[in-house]
Design a protein around this ligand. Structure first.
Ligand code: NAD
Ligand code: IPM
Ligand code: MN
Length: 361
């Protein structure tokens, strides 16, 4: 019987707090469906810098390459956010790992559970039925272009750069996904200003010729940001670059109710990488109130994409849905009508999901 090797990297802040529950859900799925899941852990980000001096230690890289899937939390620490002069930074660990694993496709589903219609600051009638799948390119763009200072440090630059093959490979993924959905792709760029965006647009048009059954629209990033809030239901698949995708998906989290609800899958050449889209949230770290559902929903993506376990993935999503149906909320997704006793901390929310999971499987 195949043994599944899963690497768990909690990272920093609430990354550790929520990933503990993602892992617990994986263990539960392993025992309910009798899958031999084996776990290992590794350091990344601030925790890794503290322990080894590097945000991405050799050992983490080795374990990552040797695993079948990775469940990640978040990295980041206020020490670095408050001091831009620090040269060794937690984010370098995450970016380095994404690059090393060739994780060029970051899939971020914006799934609005009906129970959370009132948790968002957007009107329910605008939101109802919204269902968007983001394809964010993850190993290129201004994140990985040359960056430096000149003029004795008084000028700085970051090069925004894309090569055709980088656009092609993620565009194919987006069109293929659209075929399984409502067959609409919105490609988001800034082609009215940026040369790299003109290459992006040109390449997406070429790829689109192979998918005549899929409707393609081009949208500038500024208007896309506006339309996402004005009429989220108009979108099906959104295809975009690294930076624009980072920004738009944080915005889109408000469609789903909270940053604490958005999961993601990063897919590339080999090992899949699964993480909530949120960060280490220093404002709530250590308080035991972080929403673990984004991590738990990332586990559903891991089961489906890396292990092909569709039934198991569906049961995780169903357990989350039932937990919400029974009225349980963490504070970030509670509304004025949520009774006090139904507002749970991270641990109690994780336990509820597991209890329901045990009932439905
Ligand atoms: P953040 O995503 O950590 O937090 C933004 C807001 O959302 C905060 O108010 C936070 O409390 C809330 N929030 C986030 N996740 C939540 C959850 N699960 N439950 C309830 N509320 C939640 O973004 P930030 O504050 O801009 O960044 C903090 C640090 O995290 C920075 O160092 C940044 O670099 C890092 N970061 C890391 C990742 C990652 O590891 N993938 C992603 C984003 C930011
Ligand atoms: C994310 C984060 C990262 C990104 C940072 C922490 C490097 O914001 O995963 O969305 O910008 O990709
Ligand atoms: Mn982000």
């Amino acid at each position: 019987m195949k043994q599944y090797q899963i690497l768990v990297i909690g990272g920093d802040g609430i990354g550790n707090e929520v990933t503990a529950w993602g892992k617990r859900v994986l263990e539960e799925i392993g025992s309910l469906y009798e899958h031999p899941f084996a776990f290992d852990t590794a350091l990344l980000g601030h925790a890794a810098i503290e322990a080894t001096g590097s945000p991405l230690p050799e050992e983490t890289l080795r374990k990552a390459h040797g695993s079948d899937a990775i469940l990640f939390g978040a990295i980041g620490h206020p020490k670095y956010d408050n001091d831009p002069s620090l040269k060794v930074r937690p984010e370098q660990g995450l970016l380095g790992l994404r690059k090393a694993l060739g994780l060029y496709t970051n899939i971020r589903p914006i799934k609005l559970f009906d129970e959370l219609l009132n948790a968002s600051s957007i009107k329910p009638e605008i939101l109802k039925g919204a269902d968007i799948l983001f394809f964010r390119e993850l190993t290129g763009d201004v994140y990985f272009g040359e960056k430096a200072r000149k003029d004795e440090g008084k000028t700085a630059y970051d090069v925004m750069i894309y090569s055709k093959y980088e656009v092609e490979r993620i565009a194919h993924k987006a069109f293929q996904a659209a075929r399984r959905r409502r067959k609409i792709v919105h490609s988001v760029d800034k082609a009215n200003v940026l040369e790299s965006s003109r290459l992006w647009r040109e390449t997406v048009n070429e790829v689109a010729m192979q998918y005549p059954d899929v409707e393609l629209h081009h949208q500038f990033i500024d208007s896309a940001a506006m339309l996402l809030i004005k009429n989220p239901r108009m979108f099906d698949v959104i295809l975009t670059g690294n930076l624009f995708g980072d920004i738009l998906t944080d915005e889109a989290s408000q469609i789903a109710g909270s940053m604490g609800m958005l999961a993601s899958a990063s897919i590339g050449d080999s090992t899949g990488f699964y993480e909530p889209i949120h960060g280490s949230a220093p404002d709530i770290a250590g308080k035991g109130i972080a929403n673990p559902l984004a991590s738990i929903l990332s586990v559903a993506l891991l089961l489906e994409y890396s292990f092909g376990m569709k039934k198991e993935a569906e049961s995780v999503v169903e357990a989350v849905e039932k937990t919400l149906k029974e009225g349980y909320r963490t504070i970030d997704i509670a509304d004025n009508n949520t009774p006090k006793e139904k507002i749970l901390g991270t641990k109690a929310m994780g336990e509820q999901v597991i209890k329901i999971l045990q009932k439905i499987v």
